[in-house]
Design a protein around this ligand. Structure first.
Ligand SMILES: Nc1ncnc2c1ncn2[C@@H]1O[C@H](COP(=O)(O)OP(=O)(O)OP(=O)(O)O)[C@@H](O)[C@H]1O
Ligand SMILES: [Mg+2]
Length: 287
């Protein structure tokens, strides 16, 4: 899809494509090392998600250098439910990334979904600090996503593993947020229920592009529910557009269903899954 979005001096699609090339699923064998050790401040972002924990490193100018992500159920809807599991996982992502870039990571920004209590936000910072990094910047996830998208007026909806986060943007600022428990996990549960597969098998099937057309009628009601959640949080407002981010936005046909339910133009950037983690890294200004 073409947009006028610009980031780090590059077009958004090119920048996201570069990011996807350097962010590796952990453990997937050997990720390549950088040819030379990056100089200057690094901008590091950590997203402790319900489905994926992601660590991303950008250079000072915002160019993607490296990253690692792994499926883990250590955080649920912004709450750390397995503290030591989260610390160990993040430590392993950090060590692999340090090996790849040839430098220590000393600081990282982290994100939190809207509406998470302060104490819980602090808990995610504690996880990061327990891996030996400082965590001076904590950003609300929709604001992080909008660091990347730069939307002036519209709605950003982050459909992750556990929740749907709705953020209304006016004049470039997030003016309203909400987070509700419907996400990709529910897609997988519906598929597991209908096929008799385990949750893990359903999760894999769901992400297989050859299977998605066949699975669409099964997950359509969950997409409609996401649409209803968005509609409810608009309180009758008619924004220009809805932009879907998060891994669940990768399911083909999602934008069409949301558009049908809400009657509002809905779009998905080419690579929606790492937008929030990348925005968290952009929020790490090195100050
Ligand atoms: N190709 C794909 N098609 C459909 N769904 C996908 C695809 N790739 C990943 N997903 C789903 O995206 C979800 C993960 O997205 P994301 O990383 O944005 O969530 P998260 O940040 O971990 O969760 P949350 O934001 O709810 O805490 C998972 O449910 C995963 O199954
Ligand atoms: Mg998320």
């Amino acid at each position: 899809m073409t947009t006028g979005w610009k980031i780090a001096g590059a077009d958004l699609a090119g920048w996201l494509s570069r990011a996807e090339q350097v962010i590796h699923l952990n453990p997937d064998g050997t990720a390549p090392r950088l040819n030379s050790v990056p100089q200057g401040n690094l901008r590091v972002g950590v997203d402790l998600g319900t489905a994926y924990t992601v660590l991303v490193v950008l250079d000072e100018a915002g160019n993607p250098l490296a990253g690692e992500y792994q499926f883990a159920q250590v955080v649920r809807d912004g709450l750390v439910v397995d503290y030591w599991g989260a610390v160990n996982l993040l430590r392993s992502l950090k060590e692999r990334t340090e090996e790849r870039i040839g430098r220590q990571l000393t600081r990282a920004a982290s994100g939190f979904p809207p509406g998470v209590p302060r104490a819980e936000v602090r808990a995610t910072a504690n996880v990061i600090e327990a891996t030996g990094m400082l965590c001076p910047n904590l950003v609300e996830e929709p604001s992080a996503a909008n660091h990347v998208l730069g939307i002036r007026n519209g709605v950003i909806v982050d459909v992750g593993g556990g929740t749907t986060g709705v953020a209304v943007i006016e004049d470039g600022k997030v003016v309203y947020t909400a987070d509700e428990a419907t996400g990709g996990t529910h897609f997988s549960l519906v598929i597991a229920g209908a096929t008799g597969l385990s949750f893990e098998q359903a999760e894999e099937l769901k992400k297989d592009s050859r299977e998605q057309a066949r699975l669409f009628p099964l997950v359509r009601p969950v997409m409609e529910k996401v649409g209803t959640i968005i509609e409810r949080h608009l309180h009758g407002a008619r924004p220009e557009s809805i932009t879907l981010v998060g891994g669940t936005a990768l399911f083909p046909g999602m934008a069409g269903v949301i558009e049908e339910v809400t009657g509002i133009l809905t779009r998905v950037p080419d690579r929606p899954m790492f937008i929030t983690p990348l925005g968290i890294a952009l929020a790490d200004t090195g100050d």
